[in-house]
Design a protein around this ligand. Sequence first.
Ligand SMILES: *Cc1c(COP(=O)(O)O)cnc(C)c1O
Length: 604
Amino acid sequence: MMSISDEQNPRNLKSYLFFSQKRELWQQTESDSSMLGDATSVSPATKEPCSTYPEVPGITYKNFKLSSTGLTPEQRTAALSQLQNYQSGQKTHFLGYQVNQSFNYSEDLKQYLNYHINNVGDPFQSGNFTVNSKFMERAVLDYYASLWNARWPHDPNDPESYWGYVLTMGCSEGNLYGLWNGRDYLAGKFLLNDPMVEEEARKASLSGEPRSVPRRLIYQQTPILEENPNAHIPIAFYSEDTHYSIIKAMRVMAIQNFYEIGTEKYPDENPLAPGQPWPKEVPSQGGHDGPGSIDIELLCKLVEFFAAKGYPILVCFNYGTTFKGAYDDVEAAGKALLPILGKYGLDKRKVYYDPEDPTKYDIRSGYWFHVDGALGAAYMPFIEMAYNMGKISQRGPNFDFRLPFVHSIAMSGHKWIGAPLPCGIYMTKTKYQLRPPDDPEYIGSQDTTFAGSRNGFSAMVLWDYLAKNSYEAQVNKVLYTENIANYAYSQLKVLEEELGEDLWIARTPLSLTIRFKHASDDIVFKYSLSGETLYVNGQKREYSHIFIMAHVTTALIDELIQDLSQPGAFLRQEEEQPELETDIYVTHKPKKLIHVPHTGRGFK
Ligand SMILES: *Cc1c(COP(=O)(O)O)cnc(C)c1O
């Protein structure tokens, strides 16, 4: 038997675990009467999981396998100790994703692992599920409303005030919610009080049983306009650097993007290159080799084409892209788009909700701008403060509710702030709020959020962070990470010089990430590096990147540089590659196929 510390060392892994011992493990399992599957009412394993699942350096899967009798205290202790060694080892070197690993919530919150705290329903209504932390959630939401220049506190009677909630997933849920909200707003959906409920209750009560009048909202679609059949078909625009969660949300929400509608209805009218196939997404400035922010001029051309045909416009901006850390200039884009939208009556339009009565309408914008600020929305406000204090020479573009054309913002809580579990924030204005078609009385608060049950722990974690970190502390943190990012960049450049080899090092300004030539598997595992394939001048390039979050130190960067300076540290890549026949963002008219590109998304 190897000791745990030997198993911990990934370099010993192959020598101790695989192939030679597989057979033995399987035999042990077969004779182990406590295995799941020995009772008649449950299914047995069809093969040995230890040899089926991926190998994890430092982890002996056998130790973690569950059985019908549970594990003995000794087995549990052995497994938990391996877990601890594994997690602490991996956390110490964590560099590949935009997730902060340095925080201390156990000090204030550890006892709540033994509570079920559930913020089910609307955060601004207490509800009957009283083991909740909504009072902390509201404080956290107010904090971000203020930071993002929204009108606060939330007031259901003030349409200009903000509304939002703490997400149970990360920013993916915020994106999903924002696009859902945007789609229904633009599609002319309505929620009305159902006029039938009174009459139904009256009739039912004739049987002698008293009937209550339930609150019931009905979800309605505005009638199709004869003069413009496209008026309620939202059409989505987002750049080629957009996170895969947006593309997934488009599919879940069945929202069509300009590529799909363009290819289907206007195949020869691509305004960027007449006669050529439509691009799948809005090009980013400078393409794959550029900084990664959306090309505003091209966005305007694409939007104008569809606005002229009466389609409402849904734009999803990035504020801190996943791979390059790029910031779309939301302010400049909005200012360029508004005159175009105005020209086609999409700045403000009447949305009728009663076909019989032309006096019943709502005034809505014919566009929705969502900001995916997974990392940047939490980080950049403090860069702006540092800039205003003269402590840093540049700041990012405006992206928040100062811009009257921004409809919704989503952010991940576990990225810049850091949290033991994925979480985040969605925020919009009360006037844009999507309300669900029903209003279940039994939870006592409106079901306005995406999930039903929402974990109340996330709100407590975010609250604890904000209670412990003043603006000043957060400004110091952004200055710290900016310095470390500069340090990492310059050390990589020194290494490049020493090795005499182009390492493709690049950093988008103010981003917390630096990308370079893909490292070898050992280094990728040690530092949890994520990878991406980009095409540069027709050449396929595999990149790795590091993210400089608050836990990263110069010592960790030095260790990485040391590892990268060893022979074989970089993945071998073909220097000479055949020219691609087509640009990878242009394909030959796939029929009705929904395209989900995963390159450039930090998916790996
Ligand atoms: C991380 C990220 C997301 C998704 O956030 P999760 O918290 O992983 O759900 C969305 N957009 C961008 C730009 C991201 O970087």
